[in-house]
Design a protein. Structure first.
Length: 191
């Protein structure tokens, strides 16, 4: 089928908190070891050129063009200025985020696996049709960080103070904190 997500595809990830929690985005510098850019959500997918565009890269040597399956290990490479780094857990969540299950801060890193498997994410499809295990464009997914075998679910948590940003992004121990869809992301084709 034409709408299957494939390795090498460029996508936007729209958070579903409150129906639209913004688009996963690199925004400003990050201070963690090996970090490139801070990560938050933005109100638009193209806030600063390709800052909200992510390339799906296999974490298990699948070839470009192979379909992405629910449960696969992936990397997300940001395309800001042609090299925005890899989505990465780096440092602890803020104390406010930790009070609601927050585990790690999220930024981008210069390379894959900055600290062990800190840039590896397991993708789980929440909704797809047909139900054949493949991830498709417009599906809702959750992303689990495999860092230290318990990196948490990628989520939005607290308003962001970055210019043009909406919410801070961290990882959380809960798959649906507060039943508010903070850890649900819609996979959209990048245009």
């Amino acid at each position: 089928m034409a709408n299957e997500l494939r390795y090498g595809d460029r996508i936007y990830l729209q958070n579903l908190y409150g129906g639209d929690g913004g688009y996963l985005d690199t925004n400003g510098g990050a201070s963690g070891p090996g970090a490139m850019y801070a990560v938050s959500t933005a109100t638009v997918s193209n806030r600063d050129g390709l800052s909200g565009t992510w390339e799906i890269v296999s974490g298990s040597c699948q070839a470009a063009g192979a379909p992405v399956r629910s449960g696969d290990i992936i990397y997300l490479r940001n395309l800001f200025q042609n090299n925005g780094g890899y989505l990465d857990t780096n440092g602890g969540a803020t104390s406010v985020q930790q009070s609601g299950g927050g585990l790690y801060d999220v930024s981008t890193a210069w390379g894959k696996d900055r600290d062990g498997n800190s840039s590896r994410w397991q993708i789980f499809d929440v909704t797809s049709s047909p139900q054949d295990g493949l991830v498709r464009l417009n599906d809702t997914v959750q992303l689990w960080s495999t860092y230290n075998n318990r990196g948490g679910f990628l989520e939005t948590n607290q308003p962001s103070s970055a210019t043009g940003a909406r919410f801070d992004v961290d990882t959380n121990a809960y798959s649906n904190r507060g039943n508010s869809n903070t850890a649900f992301w819609k996979v959209l084709p990048a245009t």
